[in-house]
Write a protein that binds this ligand. Sequence first.
Ligand code: UD1
Length: 428
Amino acid sequence: MDVIRVEGGHDVTGEVRVEGAKNSALKLMAATIMASGTTTLTNVPNIADVHVMGKVLKNIGAKIEVVNEHELKIDTSGVDSWETPYHLVAQMRASTAVLGPLLSRFGKAVVAMPGGCNIGARKIDMHILGLEALGVEFKVDHGNIYASAPHGLVGDTVTLSFASVGATENLMMASVFARGTTTIDNAAREPEIVDLANMLNEMGAKVSGAGSPVIEVEGVSELHPVTHEVVGDRIEAGTFLAIGALTGSPVTVRGFNPTHLGLVLKKFEQMGASVEREARACTVWRDRPLAPTDIQTLPFPGFPTDMQAQTMCLLALAKGSCVITENVFENRFMFASELSRMGADIVIEGHHAIVHGVEGFSGAQVRSPDLRGGAALVMAGLVADGVTTVSDIHHIDRGYEGFVEKLSSLGARIERTTVADEDDDITM
Ligand code: UD1
């Protein structure tokens, strides 16, 4: 199995450039379905999730040319299917982002249900309720969601019960060709939503208000292909900046907008780090001890759940105790138990983590529980005593391009290597 092996205690400092945002690129790729022809996306991260979305598009008839690793030319003129099968949705939940675009282009879509659970429990209920308000009818059969708009999509007001990123995006894309005006109330405000709205508008859509809680979409009759640059990845940036706060030596990150990390950087400052913001770059370092501060994750502009694990890694070394409250996802504290194997003192009570700072981490064998938790374990390894080996790193590959290479370029003693599974020698 592939693992990342980190030797702790070496100086990590310097400059890195982040890629385009995973969470934006995936939706922009899905949006190309709505404009027949070749759309060019630049600044696309070369990561596993983008490859899965590529397969989703090819599966319905798109052709994709990869230019220089980070540019995709997506030709959707031959798209002639509206079905996304389970083996692709199972690899990546964000495959459901094609629901809105397929409804826009064909007035129908078949998308496998994520996780095989029922709709209510499996958390695409807001997508479904919102789309129903626009005239979409749903039927669930044999693990698939069959969506169709027999009388066409018609604009209406949809109020989301939670500012869901995925539901906002699907509704925005489904309403582009709807008759009349669609209003999405309590919309998500993430920078990736703004990026998607910008691209839709460049294509000829009439979307206003993206980045605010109320988005209005005035229906148009067609979209045309464009060339669009994916917004810089604020979470990849935040991860490297957290490393500056962790080791203390300055880390500069280029290729993103620091205002997209507003609250995260403020929290780093409260924790004793220094932050220098530029228009498209940011530097973080620290020459004081880490101080505890409470964190609660919330939709943008609140503290991002995608930065929770990396920040927990910092707080686990703070001089004192604090509480981290996870309000966006259940099961996002799995990282804490792995970090405890490295000496952290964290108690989980429901969606609260009580973090008591410890003097240091000790290197250990740990498993990536998920994408951000995996990155945060590698972070912990950078300052741990001895060697840390992180397994299940396919999670990290989903969202970080060249993570090991970038850390290496900052001076980390880190390698990706293959080790035998622990039980390879055991026979029954
Ligand atoms: C996106 C991001 C993810 C990020 C999250 C929150 C992508 C590919 N992923 O995920 O990295 O952590 O936003 O910023 O862009 N929910 C429901 N019903 C729904 C939809 C969502 O109950 O119909 C729940 C979810 O289970 C979750 C919460 O709402 O608990 C937030 O989900 P949402 O904002 O939709 O996240 P995603 O779009 O899945």
